[in-house]
Ligand binder design. Sequence first.
Ligand SMILES: O=C(O)CCC(=O)C(=O)O
Length: 304
Amino acid sequence: MNIRLENKFSQTSVNIERIHKPTREEFKNKTLSYRKPVIITGKIPDWKAFGLWSIDYLNTVIGNKEVDVNVSKNKMFTVDPETEVILPSKKIQFTEFTDWIIQEKKADQYYYLQQSPIQTSFPELFPDIEIPDYMNQNLFMITNLWIGTGGNITPLHWDAAQNLLSQVRGRKRILLFEPKQISFLYPFSVHSQTPHISHLNIDKLDIEKFPKFQKAKYTECILEPGEMLFIPAFWWHQVYSLDQLNIAVNFWWKANLKDYFTAPARRFLLKKPNLFWVMVLQKPNLFWKIIEDFAGLISYKKRV
Ligand SMILES: O=C(O)CCC(=O)C(=O)O
């Protein structure tokens, strides 16, 4: 049975507050020490990227590059939540990709440049952005570029990292579920390649197969160009791109040890029980090495 999202599950009391250019201390307070989502306004408009990043500018700077775009037949990227199949990617010249975006063609396949590390894949663009100072720089992991078009969906998943999803062009609609909602969200098996992804296709839900989802509570927001959404580690999120040109950058940094006691993380520890002993023995370097290996394993970039 197919249902529409808005009728079948309810909003939480978690409000996503907008804060203008907070200091690190204000950010820490408003997020309850990195555990609650907030939207930051006023920072991205100071980046060069905010004035510069048009299709013409990007074509001039990186147009000759070959890029790896993810391909989908139905605009759901990069995993089919029902079958667990990891969808293919394709190498094309960047200008071919932007031509495709401009033409807004109805097609039998759709593209999304997802999670491309800026420092290594597009170093030319790195001076146009500013790494936010809301985290200790030694916790910083990676900055990724996301370019796509309206209708693209990144399905429900969590990441083992704190995240500032930063919108440069176009808007995104984001659904957020607290980590403890996991019991209603049908994650893939801990032994799968992608234990951080949910089986739910929220917009085309089979309620007979996934009845517990009716009890799930969520919060949602529309992220406007120039805004950053803080997504705490292990929070479930599903992301809808809106508008014809959609460009975002995300910044990932290491989660706090206490985040590893949330429900999705406990499942994660189950898969890597040696992590528990590393934590107990307080060997932070080794701990983060294992986390990074695991984050690598669950990264969208890894293909079977
Ligand atoms: O923007 C998207 O499509 C997905 C972003 C995301 O999942 C993330 O930043 O973790």
